[in-house]
Design a protein around this ligand. Structure first.
Ligand SMILES: Cc1cc2nc3c(=O)[nH]c(=O)nc-3n(C[C@H](O)[C@H](O)[C@H](O)COP(=O)(O)OP(=O)(O)OC[C@H]3O[C@@H](n4cnc5c(N)ncnc54)[C@H](O)[C@@H]3O)c2cc1C
Length: 381
């Protein structure tokens, strides 16, 4: 049975998150960073001190051994302040740490988990390529075996935080002539390795999460760079996606709640025709629909977190949570913009920032069409 009450430890953690982010990322600072495109790497040591980066990991690597439910609560709360804070934590935990836990050797766990948990390493996933978007099995980047290591050649694109990361996680074709899901391996490549060239990409939102086009020109790595089993790379990457989808869904829910709160406040304060605009039924119903969707997202996110915490299968539920929460965030920011009208269209408004950011999440990390396909297949279609 799912118990929605919070433990004292969870309450304490959420209060610590609120205190920290109110101090380091007050709303004015969030907007400033958005305008000036300042990424949140400077927050990593503090997130580590708060214990957030080690939440779900065993204590032998420096983790807190907390349940995935605590992490979902923290992600939701952080994204309520600033989505990018939740996003950088998710890159460390859901993507970096859980990849190590899911398919890497004990030696790699010992080498990298303590550094990730301490905020001293950051991995960026370099999967997408010019011809590889939704179809992750179409990877063309090649890894050729050489004496004592590998030579990697190819091009990756839209890679978030690549410049601020310590390493790129690069899926590449290690079996010559292989196609589809077979013959791929995953490599941990230092981001400054000779042969790597990065170009920053301009985009409409998520300004605190820079994106890069990356050329890999005969990049040499040693044998230790191979993560997991040779030739099993596609399965390795797929095996961790429910963690990042859970994080994204929790963060989208927290951000969506903030958007509703801002719209609600505006509906109470903005007076037209002699009364607050929220007194018009059309606005009241719109806000009711927005809150209902956020509450639905929260429930499905908590259900997913509970399944992960119990170690139960959750492929369908993680795809569902990702779709529902990211669609909800788009819905509430779209209607939030309508309720705020000109006040929302100002570049000083948080609503426009969230509205622009939200557009990414329904196609990033596996588009919502691909998620619906997966849900259908899990239903036996
Ligand atoms: C800001 C940003 C950050 C990103 N960060 C990263 C990152 O850190 N690492 C990384 O590896 N990648 C990253 N990406 C890439 C991202 O994962 C891809 O954009 C995403 O996988 C979708 O691929 P695509 O954009 O090429 O769209 P496409 O795959 O070309 O799809 C276009 C449209 O067609 C639909 N579609 C495609 N195939 C099907 C199908 N079979 N059935 C139904 N509909 C279909 C899609 O849902 C979508 O609506 C990022 C992208 C952006 C914009």
């Amino acid at each position: 049975m799912i118990d929605f009450s919070l433990t004292q430890d969870q309450e304490n953690m959420l209060e610590a998150v609120d205190r920290f982010l109110a101090k380091r990322l007050p709303p004015s600072e969030v907007l400033k960073r958005d305008h000036e495109h300042i990424p949140p790497y400077d927050l990593l040591p503090d997130l580590a001190d708060l214990g957030i980066l080690g939440l779900p990991f065993p204590s032998e690597y420096g983790g807190l051994e907390e349940s995935w439910i605590t992490l979902a609560l923290v992600q939701e709360r952080m994204a309520g302040h600033a989505y990018f804070a939740a996003s950088i934590a998710s890159r460390v935990i859901a993507f970096g740490g859980m990849s190590l836990m899911s398919y890497c050797s004990e030696a790699h766990k010992k080498e990298w988990l303590p550094k990730l948990i301490a905020g001293k390493a950051l991995f960026a996933l370099a999967l997408s390529e010019p011809q590889v978007g939704s179809d992750a099995s179409a990877v063309q980047t090649r890894a050729e075996r050489i004496q004592g290591g590998w030579k990697i050649t190819g091009r990756k694109t839209w890679i978030s935080d690549a410049q601020g990361a310590s390493h790129l996680v690069v899926p590449a074709r290690s079996e010559k002539g292989s196609v589809g899901t077979k013959g791929m391996s995953v490599f941990l490549v230092p981001k400054d390795a000779p042969g790597i060239a990065m170009t920053v990409l301009d985009k409409v939102g998520n300004s605190c999460m820079p994106s890069f086009d990356i050329g890999l020109d005969d990049v040499i790595v040693d044998d230790n760079a191979l993560l997991g089993e040779e030739g099993k790379g596609f399965g390795h990457i797929m095996s961790t996606l429910h963690y990042s989808r859970s994080s994204m869904a929790a963060a989208a829910t927290g951000c969506a709640q903030s958007a509703v709160n801002i719209a609600l406040e505006h509906a109470k304060e903005r007076v037209q025709f002699g009364r607050p605009i929220g007194k018009n039924q059309v606005i009241r119903h719109r806000l009711a629909d927005m809150q209902m969707r956020v509450d639905q997202s929260r429930l499905i996110v908590r259900n997913l977190a509970w399944l992960i915490a119990q170690g139960l299968p959750c492929k369908r539920q993680s795809a569902q949570a990702k779709v529902i929460a990211t669609d909800t965030l788009q819905y509430v920011t779209h209607h939030g913009m309508q309720i705020l009208a000109s006040a929302g269209y100002s570049s000083d408004s948080h609503m426009q920032r969230m509205w622009r950011d939200a557009r990414l999440y329904s196609f990033g990390e596996g588009s919502n069409e691909i998620q619906r396909d997966l849900i259908g297949r899990e239903m036996g279609l």
